[in-house]
Write a protein that binds this ligand. Structure first.
Ligand SMILES: Cc1cc2nc3c(=O)[nH]c(=O)nc-3n(C[C@H](O)[C@H](O)[C@H](O)COP(=O)(O)OP(=O)(O)OC[C@H]3O[C@@H](n4cnc5c(N)ncnc54)[C@H](O)[C@@H]3O)c2cc1C
Length: 470
């Protein structure tokens, strides 16, 4: 038998359109797919919800490989040491992987590539997890972009360069010798001790098949009308593909081509198609920003925010985290996050605005909470999203844009949404639903607002005004 190639899987937990897997398995070369949990190498460990998702995603992937007669190997520890050991154990002749764009990963991968190449192994890395690698999109002066619209225009101008999707390799050959211990996914200990995750499972089918089904359901039910309806949190009008994209269970390239294919065979308004693709474009933009600003999770992209006088009040933070602010829109969002591991984009903006503006808590505290609770917590999208909310990011919300946590409820028809997640006020009539303290019978078991909206808004404007002069 030909010597095998190791396919080092990271955020690309899929069989379809997986370049490292496809090229390794080409011509029936035996393959050994391996996932390595290497927390020491990471700039921070996965959050709780991500670990939960990863546990299930790895099980599903192991099953999918098994259906093709291939073993998925899992290991924990130093990536290079583990790869070296696997190479010795299996006589592998090479290692292939798909590229990541976080600084710690780029440095680690470059080192590993160098060491393995010195051993005369066949080492190759591929583009798989973005449509456009960050360094391939530059403005007229050759600099990276800091504003989304021209960035996406430049991307679309080169969209012909988006490669075709790769199929699942046919007839994969298992390269793992029968003596090899394939490892136990449960040893990662990714499931929480206190089982807060039980309800979350009802909301997701964590598998490659689940991602494709989700996408096709979205195309059928919600792509037409997406541009307007995507802002209505009580309706299932967005794709909910974010956690699948986060873990590479579906590729952006597959989404890109599938969207075009669907629209060429169905009557979908151009504006809806373009808007959906532009949201996928925001993800591209976040990776572009992350690549050029590797410390984006800690440092504001605008220097003038470096010494911003954020408040620190653990009681306030806790009320926001637990969905006990007394603002139904905010509390519904924070509880949706807790119960499902996901939150609607419009609500992410509103809860973020309350934390950063009304409550003057740092966007970093919000980013960290989301990092722990979101199943789609993404090193690029989450940090870019929070910097946008904080007003300190590239192309950020201007400091005077402060979402009104009361009027946004009616504006985005969040009546059912609030009643679903804040049942203690479900009986309140529509007129008072987003400000229950005004109701003639405010519920005793629901808190008063954490801050008066007007007072919070004025405080925020005064504090953020100071960033204007700098
Ligand atoms: C404070 C804040 C934090 C966020 N944190 C994350 C995060 O950790 N992970 C994450 O994937 N997204 C994050 N987002 C972006 C956005 O909220 C989610 O991508 C979106 O809600 C996911 O739902 P969906 O898959 O149904 O999106 P759809 O509307 O169906 O969009 C399709 C895809 O486009 C991408 N996308 C959509 N909106 C954005 C956006 N504003 N920025 C970047 N990419 C986008 C996502 O990959 C999404 O799956 C954050 C936004 C904010 C304001």
């Amino acid at each position: 038998m030909t010597d095998p190639i190791i396919v080092w899987l990271r955020h690309d937990l899929r069989l379809r359109d997986n370049p490292a897997l496809y090229h390794a398995a080409y011509n029936k070369t035996p393959i050994i797919p391996v996932f390595i949990y290497d927390p020491e190498a990471m700039d921070r460990d996965y959050g709780g919800a991500q670990k939960w998702w990863l546990h299930h995603a790895l099980h599903a992937l192991r099953k999918d490989f098994k259906d093709h007669g291939v073993d998925l190997v899992v290991r924990q520890g130093d990536s290079l040491e583990i790869l070296n050991t696997l190479i010795s154990e299996t006589n592998a002749k090479g290692v292939y992987w798909n590229r990541s764009y976080e600084a710690w990963s780029i440095d680690r991968d470059a080192h590993i590539k160098e060491v393995l190449k010195d051993r005369d192994l066949d080492v190759q890395s591929f583009k798989a997890n973005v449509l456009f690698e960050p360094w391939t999109v530059k403005n007229g002066s050759g600099d990276p972009y800091r504003v989304f619209t021209p960035f996406w225009k430049a991307c679309r101008a080169q969209e012909e360069a988006i490669e075709d999707e790769l199929p699942v390799p046919n007839s994969m050959v298992n390269g793992a010798p029968s003596s090899l211990n394939i490892g136990d996914i449960s040893d990662f200990d990714f499931l929480p001790d206190i089982r807060w995750d039980k309800k979350m499972a009802d909301h997701w089918d964590i598998s490659e098949n689940g991602a494709w089904e989700r996408m096709h359901t979205f195309f059928k039910d919600a792509l037409g009308g997406y541009k307007d309806d995507r802002n209505i949190p009580s309706r299932d009008t967005t794709s909910r593909l974010s956690p699948y994209l986060r873990w590479g269970i579906i590729s952006p390239r597959s989404i890109w081509h599938a969207t075009h294919d669907y629209c060429s065979n169905h009557d979908v308004p151009q504006k809806d198609k373009d808007h959906f693709l532009s949201e996928v474009g925001w993800r591209e933009f976040s990776f572009h920003l992350l690549y050029y600003n590797p410390n984006m999770k800690d440092d504001p992209l605008q220097d003038k925010f470096k010494n911003f006088p954020w408040d620190q009040d653990s009681g306030v933070l806790k009320r926001w985290q637990k969905g006990q602010t007394g603002y139904p829109m905010i509390d519904a969002g924070m509880r949706q996050l807790w119960q499902t591991g996901w939150m609607h984009n419009r609500i992410r903006m509103i809860v973020g605005s309350l934390l950063v503006k009304h409550l003057l808590h740092s966007w970093i505290e919000g980013e960290q909470w989301f990092w722990d609770c979101l199943v789609d917590a993404c090193p690029a999208n989450n940090t870019a999203g929070w910097q946008w909310i904080g007003g300190c990011g590239a192309d950020a919300a201007p400091y005077f844009r402060i979402f009104n946590p009361i009027t946004q409820g009616d504006k985005f028809d969040a009546y059912d949404y609030v009643r679903q997640y804040v049942p203690e006020i479900a009986h309140i009539e529509d007129k008072y639903l987003f400000e229950p303290w005004e109701s003639p019978n405010p519920p005793a078991n629901y808190p008063a607002p954490i801050i008066d909206h007007k007072e919070g808004r004025e405080k925020a404007l005064a504090a953020f005004e100071t960033t204007k002069e700098k």
